[in-house]
Design a protein. Structure first.
Ligand code: CA
Length: 233
């Protein structure tokens, strides 16, 4: 049977040990990273089924890590947070986390939460079963391969710089709903200083993205005074 792979990003050794011990006894295959930077490498290599992120980490924090992960993967993410104010940020910025648990927590509760996320996620992915490879989304003549970070238009590979790729992915993920400029700015450029990027940055990238989409550009709709949405059919 496939063992679920769990990647825990936590810099406190005692907590690392406690988490590892408990999840391993529940049958999980557990990897531990003590900082965000090394966890990214492990995540890219191991493709975990779920990640638990501490927020206060030595260099890059858990929120920033989540933002980067979300540009690359749909892995379920659960935050461990020590402060209520952090929880507000997690929810407020809609970073795409699946759940959070406030420290100090009961290990039982954490196990239950993780189990619930896994079930939800597995049900969702098995419901989507088609004959194409997982991770590939097709919208008209646009084909996005999330595993390879590759976009094809009319079957031809197009080069998308990371921000344009992220923009396309976020719009696809919104599933036809409008994404405001502020949301896109926060999710894609959130870690860059305000004096360098603003909502016009989003508009500029949308314009570039449209050019690349060729005849499919009409799918990327401007909703006046609101933002952008991507129309599937
Ligand atoms: Ca910590």
């Amino acid at each position: 049977m496939h063992k679920r792979k769990l990647l825990i990003v936590e810099d406190e050794t005692d907590l690392q040990r406690l988490l590892r011990y408990n999840f391993e006894s529940q049958g999980y295959e557990v990897s531990v990273a003590k900082d965000a930077e090394s966890s990214l490498q492990i995540a890219r290599r191991q493709k975990p089924d779920l990640m638990i992120l501490d927020i206060m980490l030595p260099k890059m924090d858990g929120l920033e890590l989540c933002r980067i992960l979300r540009e690359e993967t749909d892995v379920p993410i659960l935050f461990l947070t020590a402060r209520k104010s952090e929880m507000d940020r997690i929810m407020g910025f809609r970073l795409g986390a699946d759940d959070y648990v406030i420290k100090p927590f009961s290990i039982r509760e954490l196990l239950v939460r993780v189990e619930a996320i896994m079930r939800r996620f597995e049900a969702k992915s098995s419901g989507k079963k088609t004959n194409k490879r997982p991770g590939v989304t097709v919208i008209g003549a646009i084909q996005i391969d999330g595993d390879r970070h590759e976009v094809k238009i009319n079957g031809r590979v197009k080069i998308f710089p990371p921000k344009e790729y992220a923009l396309l992915k976020h719009l696809i993920k919104a599933d036809g709903r409008v994404m405001t400029r502020e949301q896109l700015l926060e999710r894609i450029w959130g870690h860059e200083p305000d004096d360098i990027v603003d909502t016009r940055t989003v508009d500029q990238h949308v314009a570039r993205l449209r050019r690349k989409l060729g005849r499919e550009r009409t799918r990327l709709v401007t909703v006046t005074n609101e933002g952008y949405r991507l129309v599937a059919d």
